[in-house]
Design a protein around this ligand. Sequence first.
Ligand code: AMP
Ligand code: TRP
Length: 343
Amino acid sequence: MPHRPLVFSGVQPTGNLHLGNYLGAIQRFVALQDSHDCMYCVVDLHAITVPQDPAELRRTTREVAAAFMAAGVDATKHIIFNQSRVSGHAELAWIFNCVARLGWLNRMTQFKEKAGKDRENASVGLYAYPVLMAADILVYRATHVPVGDDQKQHLELARDIAQKFNLDFGASIAAQGHVEHFFPLPEPLIQGAATRVMSLREGAKKMSKSDPSDNSRINLTDDADTIALKVRRAKTDPDALPSELEGLEGRPEAANLVGIFAGLSGRSREAVLGEFGGGQFSGFKAALADLAVSKLAPIAGEMKRLQADPGHIDAVLKDGGERASAIAVETIAAVKDIVGLLR
Ligand code: AMP
Ligand code: TRP
């Protein structure tokens, strides 16, 4: 029996949600909700793998939940919640810590980037971060995971963990009466024209929450004037826009802006070049600024409105957490039986 399709994804409450988070993840979350059951999680346990100020963590947790709703996720039809509310994530993560191999984690490029030179001083949590991510998905036995390009390796690890668990406990899984593999192998959905949005200041650097330059990113909280200004100031090169995709090779800044235009408008990059190819950047940037303002400013406005009532956001997270828990407890009970943990 194939596993029922279920979408799961997570975003860390670490401040400065930006256009990359929107195009790579949140916009896709919205697109999937008409065809799938979806669970969107504010991954606060992932955030604390590096130091967080408690009051700020509470604020950014509500902010990310507000961003999901402001972008259009329907919290009554789908589930929005924060990770730490559902104990099954941490429980399954421990069991997966015993399934995942050191060698697998040693290959994770994001840990190497985040830990930097002082690896000895990184938290154990930061190292085990991708194992918790696998648990997030698999505690619901979710099958589809919309993420940006940078999460591809973590998703491969989640598949490896699911597969090894299914294999290692194969006999016990069958003995417990499960007809097929216990865990599905979750599929990454890395879709759209902008799965890797780059910095507006340096075309070789990913747009990121932690970039010290605020001009490098468009924040989801930026107002219309700020959005337009950042687009106009975005780094470009002196040539005109090409009419074909090949003409973007070796021009990372131009390629990035074309990808952003395509992502925001829902058109292909080819179509965007068809309209703007041959023209100067000034005209293209003016059109991009208008587009970005028309798509993003209403989200910022709605986020502000929602954040003025934190009680409502908390109620949404609590309700989502309860519905998520109901699914997670079933998986945890079955996993305990499979592994041989008395309950
Ligand atoms: P994070 O803020 O690291 O929790 O990321 C949340 C989601 O946004 C993940 O699915 C990421 O892959 C995605 N994401 C983050 N940065 C970018 C980017 N520059 N371009 C596209 N997607 C991104
Ligand atoms: N690691 C992801 C990121 O930084 C966030 C995340 C945590 C996630 N758990 C997840 C994404 C489960 C998808 C599924 O972007």
